[in-house]
Design a protein around this ligand. Structure first.
Ligand SMILES: [Zn+2]
Length: 450
């Protein structure tokens, strides 16, 4: 058994790294590109969360460096120390005279973590003139959440990010690892590149849902159509999760593949948008985002997000699958729904049962978390688990799909022989999120913008 256990440990998120100080410093030089001296200063800052020193001098000095401050946030996140564990340190930092812009940024991040977004923006605005790249990047994120991509792009440019993005290269936010500012530049690029059309006549009611006249609302700062902003909204949720609750998808992935030993199968689940989707909805991150940052969203986007949160994961029977759309029946409610944009590459045969979480967008539905096939004999258990809307229960239900499968090939064999196996392979490949063509997940390809 020890061979199997070793194999699992090497792949899952449960690695136990050597935590001696020397190794932590070395890892910081590799992970954050810090030199040895700065990596040691980072350790001083990171350790200050658990034991705030009486003399904050070294911590404050180190935090004046944006590279160290940014790395500290990521390390606290990795060690699950954001939020309450930071309260004492942040309170002490709030009392120091003449704080660096990075200290103000850190206080803003902490306020935002606690859902105090207005306080966070006030802090960032106060440090705006410093030109500090962390402050400017987080202000850009505020503009992005407001669906104001040109303002976000200007702030990112000033922050030193590369905003000249090649729009022909797909951006996969789940796999991205280029840092906060650069990923934000990727996120907004297709929207900043195309100026939206006028939305209404001057004296018409503004289509954003604010209730104001167009000329008093979005005239001159037009929004992209809500159908295009829907995929962007999903990326905003992912960005919020990456800053505030980055560990959650991996933790959920561990739960789902608890009984799975095949490294490929485990990795596939961890790389998938399924874990992202579970974290956002059953895991409560989308609700937390709405509570904290809903006031920044255009009103129609906030309404859209509320409708997404109230949706329930379900089992669907494929009724008709064509290029561009798929008609399904929700087996919990018998409702017929049409899925667009987030479709499997290969059309599925009528009669397939698939699990997913459909959310409404305009007249149709989308499934950003992708689909997984299930056998007929699993349908009842899945519906029962999903109806609970409880993360652990839903993850346990989905885990049953993988439980009997020791390997990727076993998973295929676990399904009825009547299923078209090439289509199953396509679905599984998309679940694994091939870098070139992510099947599931939000699509903000610029060619879809009008
Ligand atoms: Zn408006």
């Amino acid at each position: 058994m020890s061979d199997v256990d070793d194999g699992v440990g090497a792949v899952g998120a449960s690695d136990s790294p050597d935590n001696s100080v020397g190794d932590r410093v070395h890892r910081a030089t590799v992970e954050f590109g810090l030199d040895g001296a700065d990596a040691e200063r980072l350790e001083v800052v990171v350790d200050a969360a658990a034991a705030v020193p009486d003399d904050l001098g070294d911590v404050v000095d180190a935090l004046a460096e944006p590279d160290i401050a940014e790395a500290a946030w990521i390390r606290w996140s990795d060690e699950d120390l954001l939020g309450e564990p930071l309260d004492t340190l942040i309170d002490r930092l709030a009392d120091i005279d003449d704080p660096s812009a990075c200290v103000t940024w850190l206080r803003a991040r902490h306020a935002a973590w606690h859902g105090r977004t207005a306080d966070a923006i006030e802090l960032l605005d106060a440090a705006r003139s410093s030109g500090n790249r962390l402050v400017l990047s987080d202000l850009a994120a505020v503009e992005a959440d407001r669906s104001n991509p040109t303002a976000a792009r200007e702030l990112l440019r000033e922050a030193g990010a590369d905003v000249e993005i090649d729009l022909d290269t797909a951006f996969d936010p789940h796999a991205a690892d280029r840092g906060f500012a650069q990923e934000l530049a990727e996120e907004i690029a297709p929207f900043a590149a195309l100026r939206p059309r006028p939305m209404a006549g001057r004296n018409d009611r503004c289509p954003c849902g604010s209730g104001k006249k167009y000329k008093q609302c979005h005239l001159g700062r037009e929004l992209h159509p809500i159908e295009d902003r829907a995929g962007w909204l999903y990326v905003k949720l992912m960005r919020f999760m990456q800053v505030n609750e980055a560990l959650l998808p991996a933790t959920i992935g561990d739960d789902i593949v608890d009984a799975v030993t095949d490294p490929e199968l485990r990795q596939m689940v961890h790389d998938s948008y399924l874990t992202v989707d579970l974290a956002l909805f059953e895991g409560g991150v989308a609700q937390r985002f709405l509570d904290a940052r809903g006031a920044l969203l255009p009103p129609d986007e906030a309404d859209l997000l509320r409708s997404w949160i109230s949706a329930t994961r379900s089992v669907y029977e494929v009724e008709r699958s064509r290029t561009g759309t798929m008609d399904v029946i929700d087996l919990a409610t018998r409702e017929r729904k049409t899925v667009v944009d987030t479709l499997p590459d290969a059309p599925l045969d009528a009669g397939w049962k698939i699990i997913g979480r459909l959310v409404p967008v305009g007249d149709g539905h989308r499934a950003y978390g992708g689909f997984l096939p299930v056998n007929d004999d699993m349908v009842g258990a899945m519906l029962e688990g999903f109806a609970s809307r409880q993360l652990e229960t839903v993850a346990l239900a989905i885990g049953q799909i993988f439980e009997s499968a020791a390997t990727h090939d076993d998973l295929r064999e676990a399904f009825d022989e009547g299923l078209d196996m090439s289509a199953l392979d396509e679905l599984l490949a998309e679940l694994g999120g091939a870098a070139d063509e992510p099947g599931a997940g939000p699509d903000v390809d610029e060619t879809e913008l009008s």
